[in-house]
Design a binder for this molecule. Structure first.
Ligand code: FAS
Ligand code: PHB
Length: 392
């Protein structure tokens, strides 16, 4: 016997996109249900982004979930680009008047879950077989199974916040859906360690041996990455090997590196990906369901939040009788998505060792670093993208 549930917005995916959307809609009196194939504990355990743009902080403030972020987040006014041992600080505060905040995606997710649970948000966790129907009508519905029971969710809108591997993007007919992709010929090996950061700000380094990033989660917890082969195996990377490689790539600044036993170690591939359109009938895509950026520009989570700011604005206006924003949602959001894809691609191309790079391409990398280091205008373009472009 199928159980039928009725709601205004059916949100598929309970990552940052889905959680923030449900919060912003609830604040405007619009009800939703949030589905996820995983459960809360699993979702909160995923270690991902670490840097929040000012616009993301504003969105979390507007959602009413930024108290702990303001208590525990670390404001950063700049970061370093290093190239074969030469370092240049991008002074984002002086160049843009803005800052970024170091506060893990894990913490953002926890804060959103705490708020949604406290306010009685309906969730369905550990669901399976999610499928979308009647998207081209004004009465779409989703079907799924939960605890072995078939469920139908009748709604006005479906928000595809189900990440890169979810079903929502796949619900757009192949003769409508267009995708664009660049897969990078390397991955990032990331490590978390309970030790103070090697530097008070982030350091992105391009070294002849490969890229490295010194990041952090707090004054006592550090996050580090090194570029690795695309098909590398985590078993090949003992902590000792990782620390030795990181020191080589970071250079003299790592003389004070405090190492220790890592408590998280993983390899992630790098890709640039965009799906168009981001709306099909009564379904709108947001976040990783529609696009992926290489983590070099610290944009994945921030781009997802920017999508949700635009989608929540559009849905709230729709329920208020104004369909302008929802009618232009895909066009508006994609204009910004492509600009962020460009920055993430540019910084990834500048800061990594490409196995098949020609001598000319290697000199172009060095020349671009030297140009950025010698030109306030060039540094400002890096800074204004890093702190976050305007919403629209
Ligand atoms: P998410 O993928 O977070 O959430 C999608 C949700 O949909 C998941 O909970 C999933 O369980 C659910 N779902 C999927 N299929 C489903 C189905 N069939 N039915 C129901 N639910 C389903 N970004 C940065 O800015 N900086 C970083 O350093 C960084 N590092 C990353 C490292 C890794 C390994 C990965 C994978 C991503 C990283 N990102 C980083 C990007 C990441 O932060 C994403 O941009 C962010 O999680 C996007 O949030 P969502 O759009 O909510 O998608
Ligand atoms: C992180 O802290 O995980 C992090 C920071 C900046 C990036 C990517 C990842 O560009």
């Amino acid at each position: 016997m199928t159980k039928t549930i009725r709601t205004q917005v059916c949100i598929v995916g309970s990552g940052p996109s889905g959680l923030l959307l449900s919060q912003l809609l609830a604040n405007a009196g619009i009800d939703s249900i949030v589905l996820d194939r995983r459960d809360r504990a699993y979702i909160e355990s995923r270690i991902r982004a670490g840097v929040l743009e000012q616009g993301t902080v504003t969105a979390l403030e507007d959602a009413g979930v930024a108290d702990r972020l303001h208590r525990e987040g670390l404001k950063h006014e700049g970061f370093d680009l290093a190239f074969d041992g030469d370092r240049h600080r991008i002074d984002i505060a002086a160049l843009t008047g803005k800052t970024v905040t170091v506060y893990g995606q894990t913490e953002v997710t926890k804060d959103l879950f705490d708020s949604r649970f406290a306010q009685g948000q309906p969730f369905l966790f550990s669901v399976a077989d999610v499928a979308l129907h009647d998207l081209k009508t004004d009465a779409p519905h989703a079907t799924l199974t939960h605890d072995g029971q078939p469920i139908r969710i009748d709604c006005d809108w479906i928000a595809g916040c189900d990440g890169f591997h979810g079903p929502c993007r796949q619900s757009i007919p192949s003769d409508v859906l267009q995708t664009y992709e660049r897969v990078y010929p390397f991955g990032w090996l990331g490590v978390m360690v309970e030790q103070p950061p090697v530097s008070h700000e982030l350091i992105y380094a391009n070294h002849a041996r490969g890229f490295a990033l010194a990041s952090q989660r707090s004054q006592t917890r550090s996050r580090y990455y090194v570029q690795c082969d695309l098909n590398d195996d985590i078993a090949n990377w003992s902590d000792d090997r990782f620390w030795e490689e990181l020191k080589l790539r970071l250079g003299p600044v790592a003389d004070d590196l405090q190492t220790g036993e890592s408590f998280e170690k993983s390899i992630a591939p790098l890709r640039s990906f965009v799906a168009e359109p981001m709306r099909y009938g009564r379904m709108c895509l947001a976040g990783d369901a529609a696009h992926i950026v290489p983590p070099t520009g610290a944009k994945g989570l921030n781009l997802a939040v920017a999508d949700i700011r635009l989608l929540s604005r559009a849905l709230i206006a729709h329920y208020g009788g104004n369909g302008t924003h929802i009618d232009t949602y895909s066009e508006t959001v994609l204009r910004r998505v492509w600009k962020v894809e460009r920055f993430s691609w540019q910084l990834s191309t500048l800061m990594h060792q490409f196995p098949d790079a020609s001598p000319f391409e290697k000199r172009m990398q060095r020349a671009e670093f030297d140009y950025i280091a010698s030109s306030e205008a060039a540094s400002r373009t890096i800074a204004e993208n890093y702190v976050g472009l305007p919403l629209d």
